[in-house]
Write a protein that binds this ligand. Structure first.
Ligand code: COA
Length: 259
């Protein structure tokens, strides 16, 4: 697939998607979001992809938001279309059957925060900064930020950050549970790969099921407990479940086939 505002690299089943507009702080314009959308078609369809890392190019920004220059003159109708499109793509990332980590290498603001927030996990370098400065621009987050901010760090602190537009650093984000680890910039991608390799060694079927059930916990339309019952029982008819339990009982390493 040909991209111009992102790059992709597949290595050892991990697809690294790098946002590549460093001169604009990796701001997310429509074309760039479309390329991420297309890259995720590949994630869903290609069995060679087992996991994904999303990161930004350069050492300053993961993504400093939606492209303000692009949307500044949008009508309400255009804004609605923009927001609905962003929601669709970020929900697609969150619902990805394969684990997705945001490797946050600098500013994750506005749409950049929202992109990091829809990933399953976040790992940050020490220079990372998180925030939703939209209210400063007279707008609210439009790519799921109001929901996922509260979901990740709770109502009290979340609504403060949404309303004040304050930024938090990597340490604070770690303390609040928004990021799983803080590393040096050099260690950022290796740390993400280490986590993902652990996950890839499991059955892809159960990882897909864990993601679906965990996401249902926060869904307002789906009962996560009921879904968990269904998905749990579905495991019992797979070869991978038989392989996993047999390997444990026979003290050997499981060889999962995704069947
Ligand atoms: N949309 C469009 N362009 C952006 C952008 C965004 N969200 N964020 C940064 N840029 C552009 C700047 O306009 C500038 O372009 P120029 O060189 O053509 O003038 C370039 O990226 C570098 O940014 P600059 O502001 O000069 O860097 P800085 O180091 O002084 O500040 C930030 C970095 C991230 C604090 C600052 O760029 C910023 O506040 N960005 C907007 C954040 C925001 O409000 N996001 C929410 C959008 S909904």
């Amino acid at each position: 697939m040909e991209f111009s505002l992102i790059t992709t690299e597949l290595s050892e089943k991990i697809l690294t998607i790098t946002i590549n507009r460093p001169d604009k702080m990796n701001a997310l314009n429509m074309q760039l979001l479309g390329e991420i959308d297309n890259a995720f078609d590949e994630v869903y369809e290609n069995d060679d992809v087992g996991a994904v890392i999303i990161t930004g190019s350069g050492a300053k920004a993961f993504a400093a938001g939606a492209d303000i220059a692009e949307f500044a003159n949008f009508t309400s109708a255009q804004a609605k279309e923009m927001s609905a499109n962003g929601h669709r793509i970020f929900n697609k990332i969150e619902s990805s059957p394969k684990p997705v980590i945001a490797a946050v290498n600098g500013f994750a603001l506005g749409g950049g925060f929202e992109l990091a927030a829809c990933c399953h996990m976040r790992v940050a370098s020490e220079n990372a900064k998180f925030g939703t400065p939209e209210v400063t621009l007279g707008v609210i987050p439009g790519y799921g930020g109001t929901q996922r901010m509260i979901r990740h760090i709770g109502y009290g602190k979340g609504i403060e950050l949404l309303m004040t537009a304050d930024m938090i650093n990597a340490e604070e984000a770690h303390r609040l549970g928004l990021v799983n680890y803080v590393t040096t910039l050099e260690e950022l991608l290796p740390k993400c790969k280490q986590i993902l390799q652990k996950i890839i060694s499991k059955s892809p079927l159960v990882i897909d099921q864990v993601i679906a059930c965990a996401n249902a916990y926060t869904s307002k339309t789906e009962d996560g407990f009921e879904l968990e019952i269904d998905e749990f029982s579905r495991c019992f008819s797979t070869e991978d479940f038989k392989e996993g339990t047999d390997a444990f009982l026979n003290k050997r390493k499981a060889e999962f086939k995704g069947k």
